[in-house]
Design a protein around this ligand. Structure first.
Ligand code: ZN
Length: 192
């Protein structure tokens, strides 16, 4: 049975704020988790009209492993292939800090303007256990920072919790509308 969007955990599930474990060996179970992550992301993606599921961390399907998957093509839903990164770490943050919209499959319909570095270097293992090193810029750099945060139990909203102008709601027609800070700040679903 394939996983679906319903297997993606959302706030206030406390697992989202736990640290994930390093993968010691790339076993059949780990490969199964990777496929489950991809299946769940594509199922979510198919259910959303105005969003693309660009990436997922294993914790989001309630598997607390240091694994992330990132879409090869970030803009076109037709390309359903993913890159896999096991035990990914950011080895260097470069460029400047840039503020842009960010969403999360585990925080439905809420977007935030989050500051991220415009360029990061990432080190990880691929599914064969080979070391991957890459430099990501722009939106891809943002994705890596967001996903690697998940492995450390950090949500994007945690970065902006004190910013009254950073929170937005995705309406049914795909428009982002600014949220009243008071309602965000007191929403028991969002905060520990
Ligand atoms: Zn996320």
């Amino acid at each position: 049975m394939s996983l679906t969007k319903d297997d993606i955990i959302t706030l206030p599930n406390p697992h989202l704020r736990q640290k994930s474990l390093r993968v010691a060996y790339i076993t059949e179970e780990i490969k199964r988790v990777v496929q489950d992550m991809i299946d769940a992301t594509l199922s979510w993606d198919a259910s959303r009209n105005h969003e693309v599921g660009v990436a997922l961390a294993a914790v989001q399907i309630d598997q607390l492993y240091q694994i992330i998957v990132v879409r090869n093509d970030l803009e076109h839903k037709e390309d359903q292939t993913f890159m896999v990164f096991i035990n990914p770490v950011i080895t260097k943050k470069e460029g400047e800090l840039s503020k842009d919209y960010e969403g999360c499959l585990s925080v439905p319909d809420i977007y935030g303007k989050v500051k991220r570095y415009t360029k990061v270097r990432v080190k990880a293992l691929d599914l064969n256990g080979q070391t991957i090193r890459l430099t990501a810029e722009g939106f891809l750099a943002r994705i890596f920072q967001h996903e690697i945060d998940h492995l450390n139990g950090l949500m994007f909203i945690d970065h902006i919790k004190d910013d009254p102008n950073a929170f937005y709601h995705l309406d049914e027609d795909g428009k982002l509308t600014k949220l009243a800070y008071e309602s965000v700040k007191t929403d028991p679903i969002l905060w520990e």
